[in-house]
Write a protein that binds this ligand. Structure first.
Ligand code: CTP
Length: 399
């Protein structure tokens, strides 16, 4: 099954474009979500209407969908959306453009901004396929991580060897299924905390913080995208996900977050604590709304449980524990202190001194310090891209 997998099918101008229709139908039948990007010449071979009906999504072909209103197709969003991008059929022309970064249509823009694995299924006539230019383009693409579904060497109806012929849709679907099942994330259970906690003062007031939950949700989505099963324990947040591989448990207070985490940590292999948990809560919660008085007000606070430190003390050898540190001074030393104290595998440091990093922003600038004191600095990036970097580091540990 490919339930919840997000797949971009790029179609270029080859007679094999008709096979893309079968491919899309099979992928949708397996539960995948499919979005189709076509080139102008692909539209000569197969109609967008057929493709949108089969994929149950609009077909993207042009940069602007409505020139008068200025509506445009966001190729970066499409590139981030996908778990895998497959160009099938890929013509000699498209392979050449991919090799050299020629960006003269929407499909190439999506390809150049894709953050996911890219696959191509070449289709062309034998002479074009065997031409040194095409062969060297294919070689270069492979060297740079593009997976090339080399053309089948099967028999054509004419009895000729079918080099240059596109893979059959059934075989492509099998390869995609194998790919998702063999990912290091396929059997991982990931537990993530996200957002702020609210500590009640009385029925209408609380002590909270500015955490938006964006980082935690981005991590959950990225882990799910890579094939993990995710439990996301989230404090109050306006973020949203309906990814089938993410189970969201909504909590309000640090204590509720702790309880939800304890219920779910035992079978988690990877635990990421990105929540901004309150360190203190009011010792007594007033049952009725507190009335305004003339004198000053004192609220006695007591410490909450440090969830991450608790997990650190219970950590099993098969578990990776990752924490966050938000610092305003002595950043590296403070973060290293937390790494050791809480028994973490690595800690993600964000400094409020960096413009655009931390709460509420859509961007973040992080430094990762691991338990072997390896320190890696990253540039200011979107939280989705930061999630990518963090999970790549997790992958190094898992690998
Ligand atoms: N954390 C947690 N439970 C708490 C407090 C923090 O799980 N009660 C986790 C956060 O999710 C984060 C890490 O601990 O991953 C660091 O939190 P932070 O508040 O920066 O560190 P503290 O240890 O609380 O130290 P300080 O507030 O002094 O900076």
């Amino acid at each position: 099954m490919l339930k919840g997998k997000k797949i971009i099918i790029g179609i270029t101008g080859s007679i094999a474009a008709y096979k893309a229709a079968f491919l899309i139908r099979l992928l949708v039948k397996e539960g995948a979500e499919v979005k189709v990007v076509t080139t102008d010449s692909a539209n000569e071979f197969i109609t967008p209407l057929t493709l949108s009906t089969l994929s149950k999504n609009p077909v993207y072909s042009q940069f602007t969908s409505d020139k008068e209103s200025g509506t445009w197709t966001n190729h970066v969003e499409l590139g981030l959306w996908a778990d895998i991008m497959l160009i099938a059929p890929a013509t000699a022309n498209t392979l050449a453009k991919m090799t050299h970064g020629v960006c003269d249509n929407l499909l190439m823009a999506v390809y150049l901004s894709a953050k996911c694995p890219v696959w191509v299924a070449p289709a062309m006539d034998l002479d074009m396929y065997r031409h040194f230019s095409t062969l060297s383009n294919i070689k270069k693409l492979k060297e740079n991580g593009v997976r090339v579904l080399e053309s089948a060497h099967g028999e054509l109806a004419s009895g000729l060897v079918g080099e240059g012929r596109m893979h059959e849709p059934e075989d492509i679907v099998d390869s995609i299924k194998d790919f998702f099942n063999s990912s290091v994330w396929a059997n991982q259970k990931v537990l993530i905390t996200a957002g702020p906690t609210y500590e009640a003062i009385d029925p209408v007031r609380f002590i909270g913080n500015h955490s938006s939950g964006k980082m935690g949700y981005a991590l959950a989505k990225e882990a799910a995208k890579r094939g993990a099963d995710v439990v996301l324990v989230s404090g109050p947040s306006s973020q949203f996900t309906n990814h089938p591989n993410i189970r969201v448990i909504s909590v309000v207070s640090a204590q509720e977050m702790h309880e939800a985490v304890i219920e779910n940590y035992a079978d988690a292999n990877v635990i990421i604590a990105s929540a901004a948990v309150a360190d203190y809560r009011p010792k007594h919660v007033a049952e009725q709304k507190m009335k305004k008085k003339d004198s000053s007000l004192q609220i006695e606070l007591e410490p909450t449980t440090d969830i991450l430190a608790d997990l650190g003390s219970k950590k099993q050898p098969n578990q990776l524990l990752i924490g966050f540190a938000l610092e305003t001074e002595n950043e590296l030393d403070n973060a290293k202190g937390k790494l050791t104290r809480k028994n973490l595998d690595f800690i993600v440091l964000n400094s409020l001194n960096n413009q655009g990093a931390g709460f509420k922003h859509d961007t973040n600038q992080i430094t990762i310090i691991d338990k072997n004191t390896k320190t890696t600095y990253f540039e200011l990036k979107s939280k989705e891209e930061v999630a990518h970097d963090i999970l790549n580091t997790v992958e190094e540990f898992l690998g």
